[in-house]
Design a protein around this ligand. Structure first.
Ligand SMILES: NC(=O)c1ccc[n+]([C@@H]2O[C@H](COP(=O)([O-])OP(=O)(O)OC[C@H]3O[C@@H](n4cnc5c(N)ncnc54)[C@H](O)[C@@H]3O)[C@@H](O)[C@H]2O)c1
Length: 338
């Protein structure tokens, strides 16, 4: 499949993943920054480079494109790409608002092209993530009723650093909007439920007071199936940094510590009679071979005429939770998701 990448910050990771997958061929890239274009073209031997992404989308041979732009450009550029009849893998968050995400989903459905959202952490923290999901699917943890996710940073950018990330009009938010999609996607995936019903949240700008974005956010989500998801996220805080999830089921539980190296990342809890057990799998043998990256997954699904795991619908559900948390924080009330 002939692919392109728009935006060469995180987009460079997309190039690397496409390069590593034999079924993908990179035909072109686009970025406003000519030095980034030049560097990536040289590194990956790419013939077509454009400062205007419309010219990339006009290449007739191009079949799919990664949109790796600042958040405020996800909706317009994804829509342009879908209308140009390209499949799209757009970076997280899918969009700044549910309205933008819904518009993207509708254009994808009308175009018949595939729209996937690059909520890629389950690929990044394999094999532990896959093994945990496998145990859950086998019923080894019983019914999952709670997932607590956390992503705690001491500092993301130095004070005074100006970037689109720290301007709410461009990013849509920070602590929840930036890391929230990864953790909410993992939590909903492990809970087996992407149907958020009610959201209660509190956000604030506690330390990054030279910006208008949240550096702290907590959200409680009640899912349609009855599970509760709790997310705690900081972009700046006085705490010990870490990223992970705590999963509780009626027969067992698990802790997936994304900050830990493989071999120390997953802990699974269970019981043998009255004895509680705790194991840390070190040499995981999966009963299947997961794709090496979300890019490989996306290309394989598109080639098979299927939707990827991280669909537009799931991307929208995640954005609805984040938006609900911001609105709940403002109003002081729980937000019901339609
Ligand atoms: N999945 C992940 O783990 C992950 C990690 C980092 C960033 N991201 C996401 O990737 C996206 C981009 O973030 P980033 O860190 O790469 O930002 P960045 O600012 O480093 O890179 C954005 C690039 O887009 C280019 N650009 C801006 N406007 C453009 C336009 N109109 N046409 C063409 N190019 C344009 C800029 O020149 C820049 O090179 C964001 O949505 C972010 O949330 C995802």
């Amino acid at each position: 499949m002939k692919v392109g990448v728009i935006g060469l910050g995180m987009g460079r990771a997309h190039l690397q993943a496409y390069k590593a997958f034999a079924q993908a061929e990179i035909v072109g890239i686009a970025d406003l920054d000519e030095s980034r274009l030049k560097a990536s073209a040289a590194e990956y031997g790419i013939g077509h480079t454009f400062t205007d992404y419309h010219q990339l989308l006009a290449l007739p041979e191009l079949e799919a494109v990664s949109v790796c732009l600042p958040n405020h450009l996800h909706e317009p550029v994804t829509v342009d790409a879908l209308r140009a009849r390209k499949h799209v893998l757009v970076e997280k968050p899918m969009a700044r608002t549910p309205a933008e995400a819904r518009a993207m989903k509708e254009v994808a459905e009308a175009s018949g092209k595939v729209l996937g959202i690059s909520m890629n952490y389950r690929w990044i923290v394999g094999p532990d993530s896959w093994y945990l999901k496998h145990l859950i699917e086998q019923g080894r943890l019983g019914h999952i009723y709670y997932v607590r996710a956390y992503t705690l940073r001491r500092r993301t950018f130095p004070r005074g650093h100006k970037t689109w990330f720290t301007q709410k009009a461009l990013s849509g938010g920070a602590a929840l909007m930036d890391m929230g999609p990864h953790l909410l996607d993992l939590a909903m995936w492990l809970a087996g439920d992407y149907r958020p019903k009610q959201v209660s949240g509190t956000t604030r700008t506690a330390l990054m007071t030279d910006t208008d974005v949240d550096d702290f956010g907590v959200v409680l989500v009640r899912m349609a199936g009855g599970a509760a998801i709790y997310l705690e996220s900081t972009w700046a805080s006085f705490t010990r940094p870490g990223v992970g999830l705590v999963v509780m089921g009626t027969e067992g539980g698990a802790i997936l510590d994304l900050s830990a190296p493989q071999g120390k990342r997953l802990t699974v809890m269970g019981a043998e009679g009255e004895t509680h057990q705790e194991i840390t799998p070190v040499d995981i043998q999966l009963p299947f071979t997961p794709e090496a990256s979300i890019q490989e997954h996306f290309i394989r699904r598109v080639a098979a005429g299927q939707q990827p795991e991280t669909t537009a619908e799931r991307g929208l559900a995640v954005v609805q939770v984040i938006d609900g948390a911001y609105r709940s924080s403002q109003s002081g009330h729980e937000v019901v998701i339609e």
